[in-house]
Design a protein around this ligand. Structure first.
Ligand SMILES: [Zn+2]
Length: 173
């Protein structure tokens, strides 16, 4: 039997910056693939991590909002397979059934993050009842808002980088 190395073990976390990254695809059947994205809230080398209540709260908000059918959706809800927390508490893994560009993901996450902040301000915690969740009181709305605001800044930096990359490309043409 051959050992398959988990995808994340092959990433150099000493140089990894907070951001949104396409990690690649896993073939499920001859015809179907899933696509992995890294929603990295924290730069691992800075040794600052999210606390479990914040991580759990954001997980629920993103799980709900990425599947919400609102106007101007970039990532279609039916393409969302799974979102999960990283045990190292630096971010989330997102699995989609279609490939989107990092630029598209950033756009989607900007809207999702803003929406999440609004919901938390209204004390809305989707899926966090005893029936729906294994630990519904593991939550921290204010902490999650603070973390989401930091993530918005990360997304702004990514958007600016994509924009710059485009300008360079345009100048070369
Ligand atoms: Zn839960």
């Amino acid at each position: 039997m051959t050992q398959i190395t988990p995808r994340s073990f092959t990433i150099d976390h000493t140089t990894l910056q907070a951001g949104v990254y396409y990690q690649g695809a896993t073939r499920i059947t001859r015809l179907a693939k899933v696509h992995h994205y890294d929603l990295r809230f924290k730069t691992p080398s800075e040794r600052e991590f999210m606390e479990p209540r914040v991580l759990h709260t954001i997980e629920h908000l993103f799980a709900y909002l990425l599947r919400e059918d609102r106007k101007n959706k970039v990532v279609k809800p039916e393409h969302v397979v799974d979102i999960h927390v990283y045990g190292c508490k630096t971010g989330f893994g997102l699995i989609l059934s279609r490939q989107y560009t990092e630029r598209q993901l950033v756009k989607e996450l900007q809207a999702t993050t803003l929406e999440a902040i609004e919901m938390l301000k209204e004390n809305m915690f989707p899926g966090m009842t005893e029936k729906e969740c294994g630990n519904p009181y593991l939550r921290n709305g204010q902490g999650a808002i603070a973390e989401l605001k930091k993530f918005l800044k990360v997304l702004d930096v990514m958007q600016a980088q994509h924009h710059k990359a485009n300008v360079v490309r345009d100048n070369k043409n």
